[in-house]
Design a protein. Structure first.
Length: 326
């Protein structure tokens, strides 16, 4: 059993909340919690402070029999950097209680980023909190969720980070997602150290298993390039700058530019933009989302800029490209 008072406070700690629903999977939750605990241990200070909640509080048992000690949901407040909903079983059969619905909507109103672990993304979707956001759930529920809510942007991915939404398929995918968060906060080298702590030698990127690892997909043979492409694929909606990418990968912007030119015959930011445009083309084909929403979800500030970049890459503007696909 894990108790919240096992985790020390820290002035600069990011505040992470976990809301446990009945029938949650213990492995999925611990795969998210343990990397945060290890990050605190390896850093020698509290980088992340965790709190656990349920509707009524108290010990909440998982499907495996173990569980977490939780606080009542009405004591939660909104002072968090991310709040995750953890759901197991069949999330489509779970009707969020009014108190949970109110709490999550209040967090959203206060601009608190929300996340879903395993079926947690489906709970958020049922409450209308995933509109215009790419997300994922456990593979077992994707088809049913797509039929029930045809306008959702569901991806068959290990995890998806889309602006203020963090979702993963559950199981060990939660560790990959949390390591991506740690990499964004403290660099890929530190995130790799956390992953290594759990004998998890390779940080999997967001698009797996649908796509090849960056090393295979782009024939990469350099660890910095692999790290940067992983950062790019997990930050499509909120693009990082060249300076941020370089800093998180542990090199200079000039060195990074040279690596992209030598290995991929492209500049850093052009390669990044092409990744975002490729995702936009998928959304145009697979969804009825308005062009403006697709532009925003792939990191473009306006329709005019998005249309110009899209036409440059694909030869036609987005609307015409969509009509051709239809």
């Amino acid at each position: 059993m894990v108790r919240t008072d096992d985790i020390q406070d820290g002035e600069t700690a990011r505040r992470i909340g976990f809301i446990l629903t009945p029938g949650y999977a213990l492995m999925s939750l611990t795969s998210a919690v343990e990397p945060l605990r290890a990050a605190n241990l390896l850093a020698g200070r509290t980088l992340y402070r965790m709190r656990f909640f349920s509707l009524e509080g108290g010990f909440v048992e998982s499907t495996a029999g173990g569980g977490f000690e939780t606080e009542p949901l009405d004591r939660m407040g909104t002072e968090f950097d991310i709040v995750f909903v953890v759901a197991g079983g069949n999330p489509l059969q779970y009707v969020p209680p009014p108190a949970l619905a109110r709490g999550l909507r209040q967090l959203d109103t206060r601009k608190v980023p929300l996340g879903g672990i395993s079926g947690g993304g489906a709970v958020l979707a049922r409450l209308g909190l995933m509109g215009g956001r790419r997300f994922t759930v456990h593979w077992l529920h994707i088809d049913a969720l797509s039929e029930a809510f045809g306008d959702l942007l569901i991806e068959r991915a290990l995890y998806v980070i889309d602006r203020d939404r963090f979702t993963c398929a559950g199981g060990v995918a939660a560790m990959d997602m949390i390591c991506a968060v740690i990499a964004s906060d403290h660099g890929t080298d530190f995130a790799q150290s956390v992953s290594d702590w759990f004998i998890h030698p390779r940080l999997r990127h967001a698009g797996e298993p649908q796509r090849l690892d960056p090393a295979g997909r782009y024939n990469l043979h350099h660890p910095v390039l692999e790290a940067v492409v992983r950062l790019m694929t997990s930050h499509l909606a909120d693009p990082l700058s060249a300076g941020q990418l370089a800093a998180l990968a542990g090199c200079s912007p000039r060195q990074l530019q040279r690596l992209f030119q030598d290995h991929l015959n492209s500049t850093t930011m052009r390669f990044y933009r092409d990744l975002r445009l490729d995702k936009a083309s998928e959304l145009l084909e697979q969804s009825a989302l308005p062009v403006i929403d697709i532009a925003v979800s792939t990191g473009f500030s306006g329709v005019a800029h998005f249309t110009r970049c899209f036409a440059e890459r694909f030869g036609v503007p987005p609307a015409r490209w969509r009509r051709g696909r239809d």
